[in-house]
Ligand binder design. Structure first.
Ligand code: HEM
Length: 175
């Protein structure tokens, strides 16, 4: 379990595991954008949906674990910086949930079906549900890159705390 002094082992595994999987997703999509349809981007694109689903499952666990540990996790601190940290984390969690959720909504609504890792999750449907597909098309990629920018800001703040403020904040997640 977490304590007010540091995050516990499960929180840390979820945090760094998700960080690695997000990096993988962004790297793959950046390769696709920069290089176009080459075998390397095909490799990343082929894994994008199954890895995205795994990320979604881990995010659900992470939210559940955060709720279970509510009241005995390291605090955000007082004052304007504390409020900014609280709002920043809330935004990160919201966008983190929304990105795969929108892609899954689109997969549910389109006619192709969805069977990552060989298991059928959504069967192909005869008629697409247009609002689901349109919403996913409009928002999944855009919000995903917004999430990448938020994660970059999160990393900059963590490094600032570690190297400039030297307040030991990063150690709470490193262990
Ligand atoms: C949280 C995990 C995920 C992240 C970080 C992520 C990120 C991204 C990014 C950055 C793009 C590129 C957008 C562009 O071309 O500019 C993209 C595209 C795409 N993603 Fe994801 N994705 C995730 C989960 C999923 C899931 C679960 C699915 C399927 C159910 C999915 C399906 C797609 C598809 C089909 C595209 C290409 C069409 C589009 O741009 O919307 N993604 N994703």
């Amino acid at each position: 379990m977490d304590t007010t002094q540091a995050y516990g082992r499960i929180s840390r595994i979820l945090h760094w595991g998700l960080a690695a999987l997000f990096l993988w997703q962004f790297l793959g999509m950046a390769v696709k954008l920069v290089l176009g349809r080459v075998p390397l981007s095909g490799f990343f694109v082929g894994l994008h949906q199954p890895v995205g689903l795994a990320i979604f499952a881990l995010i659900a666990l992470r939210v559940l674990w955060a709720l279970l540990n509510r009241g005995h996790r390291p605090g955000h601190g007082a004052g304007a910086l504390g409020l900014a940290a609280r709002l920043g984390h809330l935004t990160l969690y919201t966008v983190m949930v929304a990105v795969p959720l929108l892609a899954l909504l689109r997969a549910f609504g389109n006619t192709r079906g969805f069977a990552p890792w060989g298991f059928e999750i959504f069967a192909p449907r005869a008629q697409e549900i247009a609002w689901m597909v349109n919403l996913g098309n409009a928002a999944h990629g855009l919000l995903a890159w917004t999430l990448a920018a938020l994660i970059a800001g999160h990393i900059v703040m963590a490094l600032l705390h570690h190297f400039v403020l030297r307040d030991g904040l990063l150690r709470r997640m490193i262990g």
